[in-house]
Design a protein around this ligand. Structure first.
Ligand code: SAM
Ligand code: DTB
Ligand code: SF4
Length: 314
């Protein structure tokens, strides 16, 4: 049932299904692999903000664009652990730490290892996203007890150089392979709404679903447009197209956690409800993402309660 030989035409056919047939199929597969009334809760924290050397065209943190963001060096371990404790109190079972790095540096990396150990000591899952890694760093993350490493492919290989030119698509795949080989769970996904075509969406889904092993977690972000970045004025993705892409991710990667990530603040309750129906089963919960606002906690609580979803937040 877990297939990693998806062909382009097969995925085109999924995109061409009548909407009701598609969402029925996605939901049926979702039920076979997961409790449809449960959503996994992660909380994000930015441990190093801004002045990043890469030029990802969507990102508030790139040093290449003037976004008015206030940068911040690596934060103190104690304050990260305090945030993780608070996140746990609020119902999160995973704490994700993000750093605006192209790759971690020698001075800061050991401190991140301590942060991971601190989060694990709270009996939470730990996830980090630190940019590109070498094999030695991957091994040290594994030893520190890291559960998930997030490294998004972001878009299709064909569209990649329209989004970022300071690194290649292959660089992303190389880090993902090292993480996979170490036994750390792979979290890799994309951003929709960057002006990509349906072809690109098909291609990026094939990249994820045809990995030797499917990513354990696939975040699907809707672009949060950041003033000052080249992608600020990108054409917004139509909500139905967004839901279809989530549904197809579920069909192609039946046992993967599909995370409805950035952009929920801009989504209606109905759109989120349909995303949960077709297979999204993880969210970021908390007032902030990395540098932008998330959907409010009160609103999420209310919506999940209204939908009869979640157990994790009692
Ligand atoms: N610097 C590391 C890296 O790029 O791998 C880790 C942090 S980076 C901010 C993590 C991910 O956040 C990116 O790969 C991208 O998918 C997502 N992201 C960043 N800015 C975003 C935005 N404005 N809208 C949606 N997703 C965004
Ligand atoms: C992911 O796919 N989305 C998260 C997480 N992985 C690190 C980041 C979203 C960032 C949204 C824009 C911001 O707050 O800066
Ligand atoms: Fe840097 Fe990551 Fe932002 Fe790209 S997405 S500019 S690598 S922080």
């Amino acid at each position: 049932m877990i297939k990693n030989t998806w062909k382009y035409e097969e995925v085109v056919a999924l995109f061409q299904l009548p909407f009701n047939d598609l969402i029925f199929r996605a939901h049926t597969i979702h039920r076979e692999h997961f409790d449809p009334n449960k959503v996994q809760i992660s909380t994000l924290s930015s441990i190093k903000t801004g002045r990043c050397a890469e030029n990802c065209g969507y990102c508030s943190q790139s040093a290449h664009f003037d976004t008015g963001l206030e940068s911040e060096a690596l934060v103190a371990i104690d304050s990260v652990i305090e945030d993780a404790k608070q996140a746990k109190k609020n119902g999160a079972d995973r704490f994700c730490m993000g750093a605006a790095w192209s790759r971690p540096n020698k001075r800061d990396f050991p401190i991140v290892l301590e942060m991971i150990k601190g989060v694990k000591a709270l009996d939470m899952e730990a996830c980090v996203t630190l940019g590109m890694l070498d094999s030695d760093q991957v091994a040290q993350l594994k030893d520190a007890g890291l559960d998930y490493y997030n490294h998004n492919i972001d878009t299709s290989p064909e569209y990649y150089d329209k989004i970022v030119t300071t690194r290649s698509f292959q660089d992303r795949l190389d880090t993902i392979s090292k993480v996979r080989a170490s036994g750390i769970n792979v979290c890799s996904g994309a951003i929709l709404g960057m002006g990509e075509s349906e072809k690109d969406r098909i291609s990026l889904l094939i990249q994820l679903a045809n990995m030797d092993e499917h990513p354990d977690s696939v975040p699907i972000n809707m672009l949060v447009p950041i003033e000052g970045t080249p992608l600020y004025n990108s054409e917004k993705i139509n909500p139905i197209d967004f839901i279809k892409t989530v549904a197809i991710a579920r069909i192609m990667m039946p046992a993967t956690w599909v995370r409805l990530s950035a952009g929920r603040e801009e989504m209606s309750d109905e759109m989120q409800a349909l995303c949960y129906f077709v297979g999204a089963n993880s969210i970021f919960y908390g007032e902030r993402l990395l540098t932008t606002d998330n959907a409010s906690q009160n609103h999420d609580k209310q919506l999940l309660q209204q939908l009869g979803i979640n157990s994790l937040m009692n």
